[in-house]
Write a protein that binds this ligand. Structure first.
Ligand SMILES: *[C@@H]1O[C@H](CO)[C@@H](O)[C@H](O)[C@H]1NC(C)=O
Ligand SMILES: *[C@@H]1O[C@H](CO)[C@@H](O)[C@H](O)[C@H]1NC(C)=O
Ligand SMILES: *[C@@H]1O[C@H](CO)[C@@H](O)[C@H](O)[C@H]1NC(C)=O
Length: 206
């Protein structure tokens, strides 16, 4: 009995720890030196060995680390992952472009999720719900293809806000309340605005 309980408890811990996912395509942010320097060695090792890990786990891990620099590492923006480590993977899009995505769910956990454009300087959503799911990665039913493979349409009203790499990311935000875990995955991109349309809108306003 004791053994059975122990392994059941262990199994549930393992299943919590492994409930996660990440963008496989387009290629999203990964950790390297800038991450290590801002978020510390432990956080770096953690994501380097499993990029899918959850934000709360990173918070717990970094809380006791003297090389974790809170002012430089916001775990609630892309898990703290840095543009500086990912300049080789800045995707280029046009307003209105449809982008196919593959967000791999390694292990499901019931929750909700959305994909948005986030301004990295302020960590604020500037284009919400490119797609979203009120029910996501439910453990009560078979995996739905649309949770992992979906298409988003790039917004057409961002002007030149995302013209430079590093200014904006496409962010997946998946919250699994029953596991008390949150997962983010961020894609670096740049997108020139539609200048004619914008200046027209500005003229109209004035
Ligand atoms: C959508 O994602 C943002 C982060 O990108 C998060 O702050 C927000 O809570 C999410 N909203 C819902 C309804 O999931
Ligand atoms: C995004 O979707 C969520 C979930 O349905 C909803 O609560 C929220 O109001 C939406 N946000 C915007 C800006 O449409
Ligand atoms: C999702 O897309 C990826 C990459 O294109 C592919 O390998 C995978 O089989 C797709 N999954 C589903 C459920 O269609």
């Amino acid at each position: 009995m004791k053994t059975a309980f122990t392994s059941a408890a262990l199994a549930s811990i393992i299943s919590l720890a492994s409930a996660h996912g990440y963008f496989q395509s387009p290629i999203a942010r990964h950790p390297s030196d800038a991450y290590k320097s801002a978020c510390g060695e432990q956080a770096y090792n953690n994501l380097n060995s499993d990029i899918n890990n959850n934000i709360q786990g990173l918070e717990q891990l970094t809380a006791t680390q003297s090389d974790f620099k809170a002012a430089e590492c916001n775990l609630w923006m892309c898990k703290g992952l840095k543009y500086a480590d990912n300049t080789a993977n800045v995707h280029e899009y046009t307003p209105g472009q449809e982008v196919d995505m593959y967000f791999q769910i390694v292990a499901p956990h019931s929750g909700y999720a959305n994909v948005s454009v986030v301004d990295t300087a302020s960590n604020s959503v500037i284009s919400a719900n490119l797609t979203h799911w009120d029910q996501y990665a439910l453990t009560s039913e078979p995996m739905r293809a649309e949770w992992q493979n979906f298409t988003v349409k790039m917004p057409e009203d961002l002007g030149s806000k995302c013209a430079e790499g590093g200014a904006c990311v496409i962010q997946m935000h998946w919250d699994a309340p029953e596991a008390k875990q949150t997962y983010q995955s961020c894609i670096d991109f740049k997108m020139a605005g539609s200048a004619a349309k914008r200046s027209h809108a500005r003229d109209m306003k004035v």
